[in-house]
Design a protein around this ligand. Structure first.
Ligand SMILES: *Cc1c(COP(=O)(O)O)cnc(C)c1O
Length: 375
């Protein structure tokens, strides 16, 4: 190797410091929904290839250093889990939840160019960005106290705009409160108003990996009548790099596909070059854990959320969570606590998310810190 290709001692030192800082920060990571326990070391050898899944995952490309066959397995797993129409689904491994939401709303816009997007005020900020990028007409709907969309406000607003096809962005686990918009209730409203053409996209960033594994899931999947769904890969499953999955009905996608000669495949995805490593990580997690492993993981996280609520309440702190959510909501603590624990706050509330790496010891320490800093 050329001697110029090694780092100076100073640069090496900087990386060592960075490594230690990341070790510390990831050990107190309770405010964001990223699982930080995973071991993909058996896949490190693939870091030496310029893997790129450019274009459509189901159409072979002339760029053959790719992990398409693994990506297809990952998509098949999610399609089955979300009860997508067999042999009539399409999707890809995205760079994260935002790209999945952008794909879903892009598809909706191509199908219903006149459509108006309805989404609740507790929707993730990625959606308002996507709406701006796609220049989609949109109306924000009120939420109930638990973070769920306000169905009465939705009904009234839809009624006023009955002449325009609705595109509904349903939250399957809101960012701050983990609330799920009920897809059955949304369908009922659309039926009552006799709205024949509509599109439903689900933002299931976090709860898309919770609801398939609980005994009483809220309706959210293709069998419940949705058109597309986006889920994050780096949240519940865990991944060294952000990633996600988007799934849609193939018959809708076929109407907008374009062929591109340069890469010898279909240009159906939002991004051009796509990460070829994240499908490998997701595939390996799916093969190692499988539905039963994920179920155990989810049950453990829900139990930890209940433990946290119990501990907060013992200290007279009003903590709560939505059904099937690992997001524990409590009153906004003092700034040093937010900073130390990387907790996101919004107005007067904050939350902790009991992801797989959150232990009872961490919960206890957080509660102690909150009690200790109360004015
Ligand atoms: C995290 C999240 C997103 C965005 O996901 P990214 O991977 O950060 O792009 C979208 N919606 C919800 C509800 C989320 O929690």
């Amino acid at each position: 190797m050329n001697e110029n290709t090694s780092l100076s001692a100073k640069d090496e030192g900087r990386l060592d410091d960075f490594y230690r800082a990341m070790e510390t920060e990831s050990s107190r990571f309770v405010g964001y929904p990223s699982n930080s326990v995973f071991d993909y070391s058996d896949l490190y050898r693939f870091l030496r290839f310029p893997l790129n899944n450019i274009g459509d995952p189901f159409v072979e490309s002339t760029f053959r250093v790719n992990s398409r066959s693994f990506e297809q397995d990952v998509l098949r797993f999610f399609a089955k889990m979300y009860r997508a129409p067999e042999d009539n689904y399409w999707g890809y491994v995205t760079s994260g939840g935002t790209e999945g939401n952008m794909y879903g709303l892009y598809l909706a816009r191509e199908l219903l160019p006149e459509g108006i997007v309805y989404y609740s005020e507790e929707t993730h900020y990625s959606v308002s960005k996507v709406l701006r990028v796609l220049a989609l007409r949109n109306i924000m709907i009120k939420t109930r106290a638990n973070g769920e969309i306000d169905y009465e406000d939705l009904r009234e607003t839809l009624r006023i705009h009955r002449d325009v096809p609705p595109i509904i962005l349903a939250n399957i686990g809101t960012t701050m409160k983990g609330a799920v918009d009920n897809v059955d209730t949304i369908h009922e409203i659309l039926r009552d108003l006799a709205l024949p053409s509509f599109y439903i996209h689900c933002d299931a960033a976090l709860s898309g990996m919770i609801l398939p594994f609980v005994t009483d899931p809220e309706p959210y999947d293709f069998a419940a009548g949705i058109d597309s769904i986006a889920v994050s890969g780096h949240k519940m499953i865990g991944s060294p790099m952000p990633c996600g999955v988007v799934l849609a009905k193939k018959k809708n996608v076929d109407r907008i596909a374009r062929s591109v000669e340069y890469v010898g495949t279909l240009d159906t995805t939002i991004s051009g070059s796509r990460n070829g490593l994240s499908p490998l990580f997701l595939w390996s997690a799916i093969r190692k854990l499988g539905p039963s492993g994920f179920r155990e993981m989810v049950v453990r996280c829900l139990k930890m959320a209940d433990y946290a609520i119990e501990r907060f309440r013992e200290e007279d702190i009003d903590a709560w969570r939505n059904n099937n959510s690992v997001t524990v909501v409590f009153p906004r603590p003092e700034p040093p606590v937010l900073k130390k624990w990387q907790i996101a706050a919004s107005h007067d509330i904050a939350h902790m998310i009991t992801m797989p790496h959150v232990t009872r010891e961490l919960v206890d320490e957080l509660v102690r810190d909150i009690v200790g800093t109360e004015p």
